[in-house]
Each structure stands twice: as structure tokens, then as C-alpha cells.
Design a protein around this ligand. Structure first.
Ligand code: ISL
Ligand code: CA
Length: 530
């Protein structure tokens, strides 16, 4: 089968916040259908939907109650089938989120098939990702069950072959319907070390991330399901090194096509805790991405992303969301999209949407944020200090509704949105997406260039100006072609030496022909030479 996904760009939709078609304040499938022409115009190849399955929404759909049913708030299976047809009719593909490390505790399996879950008489000291102990006591059974995430997300027991078969059957059901692949939620956590033991600081990750049988299970899944279809797979895998990533993604291993890694998302934290804030050192970012570019160049494949529904907005994070918002949004896009791998765009990134600062904790909805607020407050951290963490890293930064227009609620809903719209919707919205200078049009060009230039897909990667703390520059080379990418990550002007060749894209209209060139604030430019 061809590796078509190597030339594709993926667009992630968080359905709850994308477009509300019926005024109940919650985005839905008909809303997505209304916006397909917009996405098609952007030129993306694959749409990835965050979970749309039936769920009590303890974690916004990442707690699935029924894998075979669409969440009522989002619509019906008929709406879903229409969406799939409409996506295909536009020559795009549709990828589903597959959440099979855990289910909701309201899934029928939790009572009918308790042996599908993980039970112990005594808990370990592991902490859950969402705070508190990762074990909860179940009265009837008189035992503890494991939940790496919320207590309404019990972990599945992949040691049980019956459970694995039930998962594979469900995957086949969706693939037979015609979906084009899966993004697999925390798939590197499905195999737990059977000896589960207490861990320093309650961090049990070495006993469940990339655990003892994970490759056996993925090879089995590949053989029984994935290899039978022409699809794309991407595994979400926190705590994974390039070596482990090769094991998951090298073609001959027959597991997954690519994975989401996290190292570059953890560079602005001072410790293992995401809320322990630290400013980004650009050299760390450059060296980290260089390591991944080299690590997966000949074997395996990278996914490229700055944003998703769990991360703050990149323009507020590594760019400048004030004076240089448009410039820095385009610069960040340039920096990412000329690397080797499959790029992912998260809804609103193509508009340069920013982080949000709600004054009151009551405006926040994310379980991770709310649990953290309570824990820190109990530990004596001041309200202001906690809010600063939320403003910088909270997941709701990415989850405020899409800003379609300057109308009420940013054109997202005629009702009351489930989470407030970022008040900057009056300035930042999709109304002028056809303006040739818009961020949207810039992304559109990047997507088209990737399709037309093999060097972007196959070329090798060399970091330039390694020591420079403000400039991210690199070269791609393939056969007799080279691409030179220069990105200024600062609001200062930077003098550089003249680049040879032809400029193929940049976020400022001009470039001088003098011997000494100056990069403007957040300027990005790419030169092509043959
Ligand atoms: O979001 C995180 C930190 O802020 C991560 O720890 C995140 O929980 C982890 O990357 C796993 O994420 C995925 O699984 C979670 C879900 O809450 C996330 O939205 C999802 O992307 C549990 O299903
Ligand atoms: Ca709705």
C-alpha cells in the first residue's frame, strides 16, 4: 500500500467547540458538515475527530460509554454517516479517535465484564494524571481498580485476550463503515507491568508507559485489523524516546504509521510537573526537534505538531500573541511545516487563535484544570498563582469555541456556549480568511508546497546556527535540491548573511537584495536552490 499519509496534512477537530448547528451551545456533527468547504479550501487531506462516541463527558468524550453509538449532543449515526460521505465527496479522509486504554465506568463492560479491567486488593501509590490516587475502591467487588486518568476512566486489562478481541471487533466495525484510520489515545500505556509496585513520588510511569507487552499487542492489532485496510494510524505516546518511536513506527515492525511524542511540549516546564512553569529556551527546542528529525529519518516517521486539545495555543506559547500575532503565527507554521513528517493543524491554529484568561475558576470546564486548582489551593498556593498556571498551560486554552465571525459568540452558536468564547473574537476570527495576507492563506500555501515538493517529504535535516538563542534555522537536502528555512523567534531584528536561491515563501512581503540582510521581528523565509 502506498504511504499516502507521508504527503498529507491533518486537521484536528474538537467537535464540542467547532460549530454548533442547533443552538444548544455544543458543537455537533451537522456543524462540522457546514464547515467542510472551509476545510476543503484550506487544502487539508485528513480530518481527525476527537471522540464523538456516547459518553458521560467526565473528560469530554475521552471516557467512552458506548463505542458503537454517537454522543447525543453531537447527533446520530445517520449524521455521522452523512459526515463521512461528505468528507469523502470532497476527497478528504476521516480519522477517528480510538480510546482503548480505558473506558468510562458507565460502559456496560465495567459491570458485565469486570475481568476487562485491572483489579488489586491493595493499591500502589501511583498518582493519576488528573490528581489523587490512580486507584479507587469498588464496594461491591471489595477491590481497587486502576484509573490512570479520572476515576470515571477505569483502565482496560489488555492481558485479557477476550478484551483485545472485543476491541479489534469494534475497530473493524468502524473501518468497515469506511473511516480512514485511527488516532490512538495513550496507546503506549496499554501494557502494565504485572508486578505493579509503589514508585518514587507516586510516578508509576516506568511501569505502564511502553510496558512489557505493548509491541506484542500492537503487532497483533496490526495483523488482525490494521493491515487489512488502507488506513493511517497515529499513536499518542507520552514519555517516548526516538528509539522507542522507531520500534512503534518502522515499516518492517508492522505496528503504527507514526506517533505523537511529547518531549518538545515539555520544554517549558521546570520539572516532571506540567504546572511547574519555565520559559522556553529556544536552543532546547531546536536540539530536541533536531534529535527527532534525525532519529526518525531513515526508519519510522514523525508527526509534526504545535497544538492540540491538550496544549495551550502555540502563538501565545512560543510566539507573540500581541503586537506580532500574525507574523509569529506564520513563522511558527513555517518552522514546523518544512520539517520531515506529517503535520497536524489544530482547529483555530489557522486563524492564529490565542490563549484565554477567564477571571474566575468557575468559567473553566476541564477536569485536569479543576482538579489541579483544588489540590493547589489545599496545598496553600494563592488563587493568583494558580490562575497564572492555568493561563499558561491549561487545556481549556485550546477548547474555547472556534471564532468564525465577529457576531455574538464568534458565530459558533446562537445559544449559550458550553464554555465561553475568547473575548478577542471581535478581532480574531475567520471572516477574512480569504484575504491574501491571512494566516489561513499562509497555511494553505504551506500545505500545497508539501504536496508539490518531494524534498519536504524525503529530504534530510541539518540544523544551522545551533548557538543562536533567537534564530531557528535549518536546511533540508534531497538529491540536488536544498531548502533553507530561517525563522526569527524574537521581536528583534536579526542580521543574517544573504541566502542563495529563490524565495518560495515568507511572512513579510519583500526581501532586499543587499549583501547584508535583516530578518524582521518573527520573520520567516524559505529559500529553494537546485
Ligand atoms: O493533557 C495532558 C497533560 O496536560 C496529558 O497528560 C494528557 O492527559 C495525556 O497526553 C493523554 O491525553 C489523552 O488522554 C487523556 C485525555 O484527557 C486527553 O484529552 C487525551 O488527549 C485521557 O483519555
Ligand atoms: Ca449543538
Amino acid at each position: 500500500m502506498t504511504e499516502w499519509w507521508k504527503k498529507s496534512t491533518v486537521y484536528q477537530i474538537y467537535p464540542r467547540s467547532f460549530m454548533d448547528s442547533n443552538g444548544d451551545g455544543i458543537g455537533d456533527i451537522q456543524g462540522i458538515i457546514q464547515k467542510l468547504d472551509y476545510l476543503s479550501e484550506l487544502g487539508v487531506d485528513i480530518l481527525w475527530l476527537s471522540p464523538v462516541y456516547d459518553s458521560p463527558n467526565d473528560d469530554n468524550g475521552y471516557d467512552i460509554r458506548d463505542y458503537y453509538k454517537i454522543m447525543n449532543e453531537f447527533g446520530t449515526m445517520t449524521d455521522f454517516d452523512e459526515l463521512l460521505n461528505q468528507v469523502h465527496a470532497r476527497g478528504m479522509k476521516l480519522v477517528m479517535d480510538l480510546v482503548v486504554n480505558h473506558t468510562s465506568d458507565e460502559h456496560a463492560w465495567f459491570s458485565d465484564h469486570p475481568d476487562f479491567y485491572i483489579w488489586r486488593d491493595q493499591p500502589t501509590n501511583w498518582r493519576s494524571f488528573f490528581g489523587g490516587l490512580a486507584w479507587d475502591f469498588h464496594e461491591e467487588r471489595n477491590q481497587y481498580y486502576l484509573h490512570l486518568f479520572s476515576k470515571k476512566q477505569p483502565d482496560l486489562n489488555w492481558e485479557n485476550p477476550e478484551l483485545r478481541n472485543a476491541v479489534y471487533q469494534m475497530m473493524r466495525w468502524w473501518l468497515d463503515k469506511g473511516v480512514d484510520g485511527f488516532r490512538m489515545d495513550v496507546i503506549n500505556m496499554i501494557s502494565k507491568d504485572p508486578q505493579m509496585k509503589d514508585a518514587p513520588n507516586g510516578d508509576g510511569s516506568s511501569q505502564f508507559m511502553n510496558g512489557p507487552n505493548v509491541h506484542t499487542y500492537l503487532k497483533e492489532m496490526n495483523k488482525q485489523v490494521l493491515s487489512q485496510y488502507d488506513i493511517v494510524t497515529v499513536g499518542e505516546s507520552p514519555g517516548t524516546t526516538p528509539k522507542e518511536a522507531r520500534d512503534y513506527t518502522a515499516a518492517q515492525n508492522q505496528e503504527l504509521n507514526m506517533i505523537f511524542t511529547f518531549e518538545h511540549m515539555d520544554l517549558d516546564q521546570a520539572s516532571g510537573e506540567k504546572w511547574d512553569l519555565k520559559p522556553l529556551d529556544l536552543i532546547d527546542l531546536k536540539e530536541n526537534l533536531e534529535k527527532w528529525q534525525h532519529g526518525l529519518h531513515d526508519e519510522g516517521w514523525n508527526s509534526l505538531y504545535w497544538n492540540n486539545h491538550d496544549q495551550p495555543r502555540i502563538v501565545s506559547r512560543f510566539g507573540n500573541d500581541q503586537q506580532w500575532r500574525v507574523e509569529s503565527a506564520k513563522m511558527l507554521a513555517t518552522c514546523l511545516h518544512f520539517m520531515q513528517g506529517t503535520p497536524y493543524i489544530y482547529q483555530g491554529e489557522e486563524l492564529g487563535m490565542t490563549n484565554v484568561k477567564f477571571g474566575s475558576i468557575a468559567a473553566y470546564k476541564d477536569i485536569e484544570t479543576l482538579n489541579m486548582y483544588k489540590e493547589k489551593q489545599q496545598a496553600g498556593v494563592s488563587h493568583d498563582d494558580i490562575m497564572k498556571k492555568i493561563y499558561t498551560k491549561g487545556r481549556d486554552n485550546a477548547r474555547t469555541p472556534m471564532q468564525w465571525s465577529d457576531e455574538e459568540n464568534g458565530g459558533f452558536s446562537t445559544g449559550t456556549p458550553w464554555i465561553q468564547v475568547n473575548p478577542n473574537y471581535t478581532e480574531i476570527n475567520a471572516l477574512k480568511y480569504r484575504d491574501p495576507n491571512s494566516i489561513f492563506q499562509y497555511y494553505k500555501k504551506l500545505i500545497a508546497l508539501r504536496k508539490n515538493m518531494d524534498i519536504i517529504t524525503y529530504g534530510d535535516f541539518t540544523l544551522l546556527h545551533r548557538e543562536d538563542e533567537e534564530l531557528f534555522a535549518y536546511r533540508r537536502s534531497w538529491q540536488d535540491e536544498t531548502l533553507t528555512v530561517y525563522c526569527n523567534f524574537s521581536s528583534k531584528s536579526k542580521r543574517i548573511t544573504r541566502l542563495e536561491g529563490k524565495k518560495i515563501i515568507g511572512n513579510y512581503p519583500r526581501h532586499t537584495d543587499e549583501d547584508e540582510w535583516v530578518l524582521k521581528p518573527y520573520e520567516a523565509m524559505v529559500y529553494y536552490q537546485q
